[in-house]
Every structure is written in C-alpha cells, then in structure tokens.
Design a protein around this ligand. Structure first.
Ligand SMILES: C[S@@+](CC[C@H](N)C(=O)[O-])C[C@H]1O[C@@H](n2cnc3c(N)ncnc32)[C@H](O)[C@@H]1O
Length: 209
C-alpha cells in the first residue's frame, strides 16, 4: 500500500515538475520577447551543435510565428536568411520571408535563386497539423522532414548542417536511412525544452557524402 501511494506521489510530482519546466519556457518566451517557446529548442540545438555563426547563409523551413528566425538573426549578422511558411509572420528584420508551401517546387526554386549559391544551414521545424493519431502525425511530419532532406542535399555546401524536427514513429527508420545516405554525420537529439510527452525529436546532420 505504502509503495502504491509513494508511486502515485512520485508520478504526480514528476508531472508537476514537467509542467513547471514547460511553463517556464512559455513564460521565458514572453518575457524575452520571443514569438514561440520553440525558440528555446533552437537555442539548445545550437548550444550543442554550434551551427549558427555570424556569416552563414541559412534557410528556415516552417518559420511561423518566427521564434527560430529571431534566434538566428541574433547570431547571423553578415549572412543571409530566408524563411518560408504557409502561414504569414510579422516581419523579422534582415529576413527574406516567403509565404507559401515549401513542398511547392516553385518556392524551392525561389529560395535557390535568392542565394544563387550553396548555403551553410538548412533547418526545419515544420510540422503538419496534428490529428491526435500518433501514426498519422508522425507520418505526415516525417514526409516534410524527408522532403527537407532532399532539398538540403541540393542546397548545402559540403560541410553544411541540416537540422530537422520529426515525430518518433515508424517513419524514423526511413528518415535515418535517407539522412545516412546523404550525410557523413547523423545524430538525433531531444532538447529539454521539448515537452517530455511529445514524440518530437530533432535530427542533426553534417557533412555531405
Ligand atoms: C512548430 S511550427 C514552427 C515554429 C517556428 N520554428 C518558430 O519558432 O516560431 C511549424 C510550422 O510549420 C509550418 N508548415 C507545415 N507544413 C509546411 C509546408 N508544407 N510549408 C511551409 N511551412 C509548413 C506550419 O505552418 C507551422 O507554422
């Protein structure tokens, strides 16, 4: 009996701590003027893998409402940044924003033409609207990630970085296999600011084969 009560207490306190941690990111985003709590995921990813630099050219896929762009523009001062989303965003200074579907080839051409040379980083926080069905959500966001990998292969310079969100599920093997065919270094990472209960993870790829 004692054991059961303790277990319950442990579970409830764990949930409480989780909620507090996650609320902390929402509050921090508000106080720091960041448009999304996702911004902290990019900060953590960059602290660990150090891909944002002063003079890089960078593509941000699935930019709305613009939290990742805000983080990127604080570091990238000399390079160019392009963001794209099907949803409009409030202007972010020094960013070229394309309102449209990344899957539309014309939009991919627009990005290519804008830089007219290889870029250093392609990052994607794209996610399809969630349905509540884990497999469907993982599959749909996985498709976005797979398309982003193909795009990154065309856009990146040899030592470039590709970072992308995906939802863990049956599609992961396909994502990992595709990434490993194209990049020398492939790892996955879950930032602390990503909700523990969420199947969200990020794949970080570097150095084209
Ligand atoms: C989690 S949000 C991105 C949050 C953003 N990184 C930030 O920090 O503000 C995911 C975004 O992906 C976008 N998205 C989904 N499918 C897309 C597509 N095919 N083309 C462009 N954007 C897409 C959604 O509209 C949504 O705004």
């Amino acid at each position: 009996m004692t054991k059961i009560i303790n277990k319950k207490l442990k579970n409830s306190s764990r949930h409480w701590i989780d909620r507090q941690i996650n609320d902390r990111f929402v509050k921090r985003a508000q106080t720091e003027g960041l448009r999304s709590r996702s911004a902290f995921k990019l900060i953590e990813l960059n602290d660990k893998y150090k891909f944002l630099k002063n003079d890089i050219n960078l593509v941000d896929l699935g930019s709305a409402p613009g939290g990742w762009l805000q983080v990127a523009t604080k570091i990238v001062k000399k390079g160019k940044i392009v963001g794209i989303d099907i949803k409009p965003i409030e202007k972010v200074k020094e960013v070229e924003f394309i309102l449209g579907d990344f899957l539309d080839e014309l939009n991919q051409k627009k990005i290519n033409l804008f830089f007219n040379k290889k870029v250093d980083v392609v990052m994607s926080d794209m996610a399809s609207n969630t349905t509540g069905n884990k497999d469907t959500d993982s599959y749909r966001t996985g498709e976005l990630c797979l398309n982003a990998i193909t795009f990154a292969q065309k856009m990146l310079q040899e030592e470039g970085f590709f970072i992308s969100k995906f939802f863990m599920g049956s599609v992961f093997n396909e994502i990992e296999n595709s990434a490993k065919k194209i990049f020398k270094d492939v790892v996955k990472f879950k930032p602390r600011s990503s909700r523990k209960k969420s199947p969200e993870l990020f794949i970080i790829c570097k150095n084209l084969k």
